[in-house]
Design a protein around this ligand. Structure first.
Ligand code: SAJ
Length: 436
């Protein structure tokens, strides 16, 4: 790439982060080739369609594909900038060991087509040290190229880490407007990556070293996890003491330096419940708080299951509605969702007495098959069910007025109905008699 010419870009991994990123880069006028292992995903994008739900993404992808700026393929081709956005899960070995094999595989593929002057940027959330591991792998594959941090003088390629920090449901807006941390293997690498992000990011781009940028991303999500754990622990304490946790939090948050987050049925999604483990794995002796917070948030799911089960058992003839399956409000993402785990457990325990309301799902997930549980809409739930277990704070649930639920037994794990008569442990029986 010479002078002010626009770089050609390859985005590897066309999931929740890669596809919106590819589309936003293409919208800035750069020619983008998206690469994904799934032929079905590639075909969908090349038709100008999308395989994930995200606000405004369909129109954007359609437009940039039509203008010839974005295309997709299963194989890699030469480009000036490579952006890697593949999953970094942890191994299901019970020890939460990070699995960076997708990153290394993507880097190996990039190495095949790499040429002097290219820039490689890793965006996947990664354990500290991954960018250097990636560099070492590329160095081993391409001994003909001078690598940053391994050579005297000017290296042939630049390698940087720049984590995404977008919130599902607001991805396009946040991709453009959020600040970015850009960590180079060397300062020169960071500057090369910075020049690239400046082409499509309006937020402030701050440069640092690769390890600090990797840690920053993990810290952001661990910070959130620890703070949600505090709220979840308070909710369990409040249950034990017969207090309304929402009232306590509302009052405490009136203090100018207190800002407690919201309790819920547990922490879901693919980031906040995963990333803290990358820190714990990197420094097991130094992370009692982060590890404990993970435990508190996971245990909250079991607390909710126990409390909901007690409610259902207390009234053998009541029909029960679980409101929501998604991992958070107003999205159609059911992966790693505490709400889904709670509802499925209740369905297995109580069968056809359990009804599920999920406006964002066409049908119930597989684990509900054979349980006898059924999907219903919110109106039917309000007409026919006696017990409502609120698991997700979808807007459509929040908007139900008290008049339509005043005579129900409600277990509101999200605090969406502050005007609902409280279900303190001692109040369960009278309320159930009323509902029954
Ligand atoms: N949750 C609570 N109480 C709260 C806030 C959240 O129980 O007060 C729960 C949600 O219901 C959900 C989970 O936590 O189950 C995570 O939801 P979220 O909306 O807080 O975050 P994610 O996982 O959708 O996105 C996070 C974001 N990280 C931070 O806010 C620090 C996002 O900016 C990251 O880009 C994203 O992780 C990621 O990809 O890492």
């Amino acid at each position: 790439m010479r002078g002010q010419e626009l770089p050609t870009v390859s985005v590897i991994g066309l999931g929740y982060i890669g596809l919106p990123t590819a589309a936003v880069i293409a919208r800035a006028g750069m020619r983008v080739r998206g690469v994904d292992v799934s032929q079905a995903v590639v075909d969908t994008i090349n038709r100008g369609e999308i395989h994930i739900e995200e606000v405004d993404l369909d129109g954007l992808v359609h437009g940039v594909v039509q203008r010839g700026l974005l295309s997709a393929a299963t194989d890699i081709a030469p480009a000036d900038v490579f952006v890697i956005a593949v999953p970094t899960p942890f191994h299901k070995d019970g020890r939460h060991t990070p699995d960076i094999s997708y990153v290394l595989e993507a880097a190996r593929n990039v190495a095949r087509v790499l040429k002097p002057g290219d820039t490689i940027i890793l965006e996947s959330t990664s354990p500290v040290g991954t960018t250097v591991e990636m560099r070492d792998m590329i160095a081993a594959e391409r001994p003909d190229l001078a690598m940053p941090g391994l050579c005297e003088g000017t290296p042939d390629v630049s390698i940087a880490y720049c984590p995404e920090r977008v919130l599902p449901g607001r991805i396009l807006e946040e991709l453009t407007n959020n600040d970015r941390s850009i960590g180079g293997i060397t300062p020169r690498c960071a500057r090369k990556a910075l020049a690239f992000y400046k082409r499509f990011v309006r937020g402030t781009c701050v440069t640092t070293d690769a390890a600090s940028a990797e840690m920053t991303k993990l810290v952001e999500n661990a910070y959130r996890d620890v703070n949600i754990a505090f709220a979840n622990e308070l909710s369990v304490v409040a249950d034990a003491m017969g207090l309304d946790v929402w009232e306590v939090i509302r009052l405490a948050n009136r203090h100018p330096r207190v800002n407690i987050l919201n309790p819920g049925p547990g922490v879901g999604g693919h980031c906040i419940a995963v990333d803290p483990w990358f820190i714990v794995h990197g420094a097991p002796e130094q992370t009692p708080l982060i590890r404990t917070a993970r435990g508190v948030n996971d245990n909250k799911i079991h607390h909710v299951i126990a409390r909901a089960s007690a409610l259902v058992e207390a009234s053998p003839s009541a029909k029960v509605a679980c409101l929501g399956l998604a991992f958070k409000a107003n999205i159609d993402d059911f992966r790693e969702s505490p709400a889904r785990l709670v509802a499925a457990t209740l369905a297995r325990r109580f069968g056809s007495r359990i009804h599920v309301v999920e406006p964002y799902a066409a049908e119930l997930p597989r684990e509900f098959e054979g349980t006898g549980a059924s999907a219903i809409d919110i109106d039917t739930a309000l007409e026919e069910c006696d017990v409502l277990i609120v698991l997700v704070d979808h807007d459509v649930f929040k908007s139900v007025p008290l008049a339509e639920r005043a005579d129900k037994v409600v277990y509101d794990t999200r605090g969406i109905w502050p005007d609902q008569p409280q279900l303190a442990p001692g109040a369960v029986q009278p309320a159930l008699r009323k509902a029954g």
